[in-house]
Ligand binder design. Structure first.
Ligand code: GDP
Length: 360
């Protein structure tokens, strides 16, 4: 499954947020055959469309898409020098599909900041620096080999050019993901090098509740990471929310003046950051969202349900959620000509409601 690795300096609220993530644990109830690992938090992606589908199809159960978060403990200054813990830290980051950095924005004087003061810009810099140094090392080590391969015509010159451009970006203290987002830097030729800062990033500012309502303060923090996505939440509040049942949690959320729980927001933004989307299936048993990458074809999407669905794919019967919602039933959607038969080259669209036809 796709996972987002959570990183951050000590005492920024990572464990607090992660506990909230794991308390929210839906895996055990809804996905009884999945294994639960202690350092993985699974968050459901709230999706109103499933409620509506369950109503139309009389589904007994709703199964939203999920996002996995992995706790990557132990960033240490000097991680890129590859000593003990540092090595482990970098190895864990290499395995994650995206990186989520938690940054301290709350101002509790009882909680010591590792650097003695709350300074989001420095926190971001500290972690970025370790990742940037590690990538620079990877590039420097690979350069002589790639130069040789280009001379022997075993590697494309564009790989070398991209490596040199990447070095320049990193030496300016920027991550490659920032350059991809801000200047359209193309990291595709570098894929083989598995550079860490090419992974999608997102930032979570763990702030006091008054900051949640303060757009000017939030803009200041957003500016520190722009154009990369920033989320604001109060980890302590989130861990309290996670203790409550749905109804109580909704009430408490409303009282706090927020329109979406921070963890829900995190799941939603994380999902987009990973370049994912969902398609939907529904019947009397369940209404369910399935996770795919943007650009996947119908057979690839079918493979997420079962590999046999992909191998034996014949066609897919598809209606867009919006059409089905407006018309109110499959029969009406069919009568209105909104239910299409799509073949193996069809590229899935977010919100497609699908029934696959396949040979076994
Ligand atoms: P970690 O080292 O990054 O995992 O940080 P912890 O989650 O252990 O948090 C460090 C301390 O900060 C703990 O005492 C938490 O209770 C406290 N803390 C975490 N989040 C918040 C927050 O949003 N507000 C306040 N006031 N304290 C927090």
């Amino acid at each position: 499954a796709l996972t987002i690795g959570i990183v951050g300096l000590p005492n920024v609220g990572k464990s607090t947020m992660f506990n909230a993530l794991t308390k929210n644990q839906v895996l055990a109830a809804n996905y009884p055959f999945a294994t639960i690992e202690p350092n993985i938090g699974v968050v459901e992606l709230p999706d109103e469309r499933l409620t509506r589908l369950a109503e139309i199809f009389g589904s007994g159960k709703i199964l939203p898409a999920t996002v996995n978060f992995v706790d990557i403990a132990g960033i240490v200054r000097g991680a890129s020098e590859g000593e003990g813990l540092g090595n482990q830290f970098l190895a864990n980051i290499r395995e994650a599909d995206a990186i989520c950095q938690v940054i301290r924005g709350f101002s509790d004087s009882d909680v010591v900041h590792v650097d003695g003061k709350v300074n989001p810009a420095d926190d971001i810099d500290t972690i970025n620096t370790e990742l940037i140094l590690a990538d620079l090392q990877t590039l420097e080590r690979a350069l002589p080999r790639i130069e040789k391969e280009v001379k022997q015509k075993r590697a494309e010159p564009e790989v070398l050019a991209a490596m040199q451009e990447a070095q320049g970006i990193l030496e300016e203290g920027r991550t490659l993901y920032q350059a991809m987002q801000a200047d359209g830097f193309d990291a595709a030729p570098l894929r083989e090098l598995q550079l860490m800062t090419t992974k999608p990033f997102l930032y979570v500012f763990n702030v006091d509740d008054d900051v949640l309502a303060d757009e000017a303060k939030k803009d200041e923090m957003r500016a520190l990471v722009a154009p990369v996505e920033a989320i604001f939440l109060d980890a302590k509040f989130e861990s309290e929310l996670a203790e409550l049942d749905d109804e109580e949690a909704a009430e408490m959320l409303e009282m706090s003046g927020q329109d979406e729980a921070g963890l829900d927001q995190l799941a939603r933004v994380g999902f987009n950051t990973l370049g994912l989307q969902t398609y939907l299936t529904a019947g009397p048993k369940e209404a369910r969202a399935w996770t795919i990458r943007k650009g996947w074809t119908a057979p690839e999407a079918a493979g997420v349900i079962h590999t046999d669905f992909q191998k034996g794919f014949i066609k897919a019967e598809i209606v867009s959620f919006d059409d089905l919602d407006a018309l109110g039933s499959m029969a009406e959607a069919r009568a209105a000509g909104k239910v299409r038969m799509e073949g193996k080259d069809y590229v899935m669209v977010d919100g497609d409601v699908v029934e696959f036809r396949f040979n076994v």
